[in-house]
Design a protein. Structure first.
Ligand SMILES: C[S@@+](CC[C@H](N)C(=O)[O-])C[C@H]1O[C@@H](n2cnc3c(N)ncnc32)[C@H](O)[C@@H]1O
Length: 421
């Protein structure tokens, strides 16, 4: 008979086989902290499917979930917490990841986890107690301010998406601490592990794709997608200083026939927010992503995603161009400036191919948080995030890294824009 323990052993073996888990201490934590105790009332065996499980919704939108095991494993590897570390988690949810962290840091370490909702905190406390991990400090607090009372931390992990790196988090790290967070960069949500290099500077050590629910409270970003009236389509803002797309042009794309030309890159749904899409959005703030219904003329031409359709495009003053899934390797342009927009998208795709089709894992980001200037500015033009931190993204390995583009790519990382974890 299958038991929860068998199901857990199978899940951990699958995570190892798929390259999500490498470290013995993370493997041991996943094996020994029973996820089903953090989903009371659910079938214990179902708790070991590699899926995020929503636990709280507001206005029909998921605001809390027990995260997807493969994403949790990827992030624990990125965090690299060790026995004896002091760790802050922001986004306790049901407490599962905090339990895993407590197992990893052991009795010489300490884990504090905060959630903005009292009911979730109460649930997390009860779940941790049931799992015998009641040494975790579970607090109701808005994690936008970190949690200064138990600082400094060797590691801070957000398990909730943010559009900015708040100085509070950096200042609550030890001098050699690490900050891990799902950070939205030009519309792509990326799980970025940063090492603190000086009091106000960070350098990424690992970047992966992810899709988390967004931070609420003081750190929430009110920026909303532009909805095209009556169509069910919305245009995702690229943020980080990108101009608002012209909805009129995009509406026209939903109705006009447009003009097709070949695209250098066939594209896939994972490329929209990760490889090609991330490359294009970082190079050109006029890049947009569309999300919409699965039916309709344009929908049939775009990429299937989570029961709907998604697309990647670029807008100019008087035209736009979109990368199509069907026919494959096609760019469709609309309006008088559409041909120029298609040329620009084709040029960016050419450059992406020439660079070896890099993905999120090939990106590195330096960050300078507001505060006294304590070093030489990194090279390149910065993007400002919603907390006023300057981000300096660049492609390729750091000078001391030798592995080619694509290294460490995790084929099943959850693409941004897809299901949230
Ligand atoms: C994806 S869930 C966390 C998953 C959880 N860590 C686990 O082990 O599965 C994200 C959590 O972040 C919380 N959250 C959102 N905004 C927050 C804030 N400003 N401060 C603290 N927690 C927040 C939500 O209430 C939600 O429980």
């Amino acid at each position: 008979m299958r038991t929860a323990e068998h199901a857990r052993t199978r899940l951990v073996a699958d995570l190892e086989r798929d390259g999500r888990v490498h470290s013995p201490r993370i493997r041991a934590a996943l094996q020994e902290v029973p996820r089903h105790l953090f989903l009371p009332g659910s079938d214990p065996i179902d708790a070991y499917a590699d899926e995020a499980v929503p636990i709280k919704t507001a206005d029909g939108v998921t605001v809390s979930s027990v995260s997807q095991p493969s994403m949790v494993a990827i992030m624990l590897e990125q965090l690299d917490a060790a026995p004896g570390h002091r760790v802050l988690e922001i986004g306790a949810g049901a407490g599962w990841n905090a339990g895993l962290l407590a197992h990893i840091v052991g009795c010489r370490g300490a884990v504090t986890t905060v959630d903005i909702d009292d009911d979730l905190v109460e649930g997390a406390r009860a779940n941790l107690l049931a799992a015998g991990l009641d040494e975790v400090e579970v607090i109701t607090a808005d994690g936008a301010a970190g949690y200064p009372s138990s600082a400094p931390y060797d590691r801070i992990e957000l398990t909730v998406g943010s559009t900015g790196i708040r100085p509070e988090w950096v200042l609550q790290l030890t001098p050699t601490g690490r900050l891990l967070l799902p950070l939205t960069v030009r519309g792509s949500q990326l799980s970025v592990a940063f090492a603190r290099t000086t009091p106000h500077r960070l350098a990424s050590v690992s970047v992966r794709s992810c899709a988390f629910v967004r931070l609420r409270g003081a750190g929430a970003d009110p920026g909303a997608d532009t909805v095209l009236p009556g169509s069910g389509w919305s245009v995702q803002h690229s943020g980080n200083g990108a101009p608002d797309p012209d909805p009129g042009l995009l509406e026209r794309a939903l109705h006009d026939r447009g003009t097709d030309r070949p695209s250098p890159a066939p594209g896939s749904v994972s490329d929209l927010w990760d490889g090609l899409g991330l490359w294009c959005a970082l190079a050109d703030p006029a890049v947009v992503r569309l999300l919409g219904p699965s039916r309709g003329r344009l929908a049939d031409a775009l990429f299937p995603l989570a029961g709907g359709r998604a697309g990647l495009g670029i807008t100019t003053d008087d035209g736009c161009a979109l990368l199509l899934a069907e026919p494959a390797a096609t760019l469709r342009s609309f309006g008088p400036g559409g041909a120029a927009a298609a040329d620009r998208l084709a040029e960016l795709a050419d450059r992406w191919i020439a660079a070896g089709r890099p993905h999120a894992a090939d990106l590195r980001i330096d960050a300078v948080v507001p505060g006294p200037d304590d070093g030489r500015s990194p090279a390149g033009e910065p993007l400002a995030d919603s907390a006023g931190t300057l981000l300096y993204p660049s492609w390729g390995p750091r000078p001391d890294e030798r592995t080619p583009p694509g290294r460490g790519r995790s084929s099943g990382d959850t693409p941004s824009g897809g299901a949230t974890t």
